[in-house]
Design a protein around this ligand. Structure first.
Ligand SMILES: [Mg+2]
Length: 176
């Protein structure tokens, strides 16, 4: 079983910003399960993420409601060649008492990671604080992405620095 660090990637608001931030993004129509979505995707993101994983020895995985369908509908459009593992995140049951979408996602990510260190590119605003509420969560870095701008070079730089420090001294990885 792999116990090394993971790089979790959200799709909506991270790879697919809510509006087109610049001309690097192209419009795509995708139809998982027969439902059509219009996405903005940046073809450079696949290479950027693959380089980050290569440089840091971390494993890429989906941390998104797209779950496994991201492999079919997102990955080929941004240049991620191989299927990635995914966190199985069920649809948010909005009626959970005191629950938020961020809490719901954080709980499923922490369960799936099972103590593995992870970096998470995510736009849900309360995920960072929700993660710290979870006792069983391992070392992690939540990299908050502005859903109007999408994933930027600076986000990957933060992840790279944290993962590099983790590799140099795993005992220092408690910082989130
Ligand atoms: Mg999102």
């Amino acid at each position: 079983m792999n116990t090394g660090p993971v790089i979790l990637i959200d799709v909506d608001g991270v790879l697919n910003p809510f509006t087109r931030p610049n001309r690097s993004y192209r419009r795509h129509r995708v139809s998982p399960d027969g439902v059509t979505f219009k996405l903005w995707l940046n073809a450079a993101h696949g290479r950027m993420l693959l380089e980050l994983a290569e440089e840091t020895g971390a494993e890429l995985a989906w941390g998104s409601y797209w779950c496994d369908s991201a492999n079919e509908w997102i990955a080929p459009r941004i240049g991620l060649p191989d299927p990635l593992p995914h966190v199985p995140i069920p649809r948010f049951p909005g009626e959970v008492a005191g629950g938020t979408l961020g809490a719901w996602k954080a709980r499923h990510v922490a369960d799936w990671a099972a103590g593995r260190p992870f970096v998470w590119f995510e736009d849900e605003p309360d995920v960072a604080e929700r993660l710290t509420d979870l006792l069983h969560v391992g070392p992690h870095l939540l990299v908050s992405v502005n859903p109007l701008k999408g994933l930027l070079e600076g986000h990957l730089d933060r992840a790279r620095a944290w993962l590099t420090a983790l590799r140099a001294d795993p005992s220092e990885s408690g910082a989130s």
